[in-house]
Design a protein around this ligand. Structure first.
Ligand SMILES: [Fe+2]
Length: 310
């Protein structure tokens, strides 16, 4: 099974009004809103990437991947035991089939969704260093302090009850490959956390599209959307802080994957992240395994990410 990209995530949310207000401040754009459902998109051309269904409890429902061609949906039914589902009724539509992962999360495979024209990107930063000057007679590219301009849903991290079971399931069913995997201190066979990328052969893909963190709570740890660069993230960090939203961690840079991150809590208790500047890998780049006690999580700060896991 060759995955193309994440398609959307779905959550149950008690208060859609508060959630929509946060999503808009974070940088997502309303695609649809009814009394029972909120659908948001990015500026990157998707019609939908975040779905909140009104519920009695807040919680994670599932994730959806786009696949390369329609035949893969039939293959998923025949080979993986996926269930046929009606066409998606969110903006953009698309055919889909459904799997259920070891933690009970719904995993949709989608093909044929409509896309829209993407927005016009901001100018890239032009950086002057001590050794190379590139910007002459003008200021650095100016960005507003405000909601992020987000370009795609890039990855999500799941709390899983068994790292071994979940990583094996996603590898076997969907071809996910470990990029960086972490084990209990001194016990290499006890792997508990991993960042996994899609198998697209020798095409370059993000360092991770899905991450697993072994934790009895289950559900989703965070969802992450790509911003232009760290400058855009810093300005949105300032905007969200002015609105008194709940900052969790960042702006920082992870050592593995190298991406710049900034994590905020949404009103439903979920974690929303902006990221930029992620590493790219191919299938042949293999898997790196680490003792988790040796890993620094933020190369820019010694702050403990205590709020990241509560
Ligand atoms: Fe992330």
């Amino acid at each position: 099974m060759q995955l193309k990209a994440l398609h959307h995530v779905t959550f149950a949310v008690r208060d859609l009004d508060r959630q929509e207000a946060f999503c808009a401040d974070f940088g997502l754009i309303r695609a649809e809103r009814t009394d029972s459902r909120l659908v948001m998109r990015t500026e990157g051309g998707d019609e939908a990437c975040y779905v909140a269904i009104k519920g009695d409890e807040d919680g994670f429902v599932g994730l959806a991947f786009e696949v390369d061609d329609a035949a893969m949906l039939g293959e998923a039914v025949a080979r993986l035991g996926a269930e046929q589902r009606p066409d998606l009724d969110i903006p953009g539509g698309g055919r889909c089939v459904a799997l259920t992962d070891p933690d009970g999360n719904q995993v949709l495979l989608v093909h044929g969704s409509a896309r829209r024209e993407a927005g016009q990107p901001d100018d890239d930063l032009v950086i002057n260093t001590p050794f190379a000057k590139h910007r002459f007679g003008r200021q650095q590219s100016h960005r507003e302090v405000g909601p992020a301009r987000l370009w795609r849903l890039g990855h999500l991290a799941l709390f899983v009850r068994s790292f071994a079971a979940s990583s094996a399931w996603y590898a076997e069913k969907l071809g996910l490959i470990g990029s960086d995997v972490y084990h209990v201190p001194g016990v290499p066979q006890a792997q508990i956390v991993g960042f996994c990328r899609m198998d697209r052969g020798e095409d370059w893909v993000d360092h991770h599209t899905l991450a697993f963190m072994q934790d009895e709570r289950g559900g989703c740890h965070h969802i992450s959307f790509e911003a232009h660069d760290f400058e855009a993230q810093q300005r949105t960090h300032r905007h969200l802080g002015r609105k008194d939203y709940d900052a969790i961690w960042g702006v920082g840079r992870h050592p593995h994957g190298s991406h710049v991150f900034d994590v905020w809590r949404s009103p439903d208790g979920a974690r929303f992240e902006t990221f930029s500047d992620t590493d790219l890998f191919r299938k042949s780049d293999g898997t790196r395994v680490h003792d988790i006690s040796t890993v620094v999580m933020d190369v820019w700060s010694d702050d403990e990410p205590t709020r990241y896991f509560i």
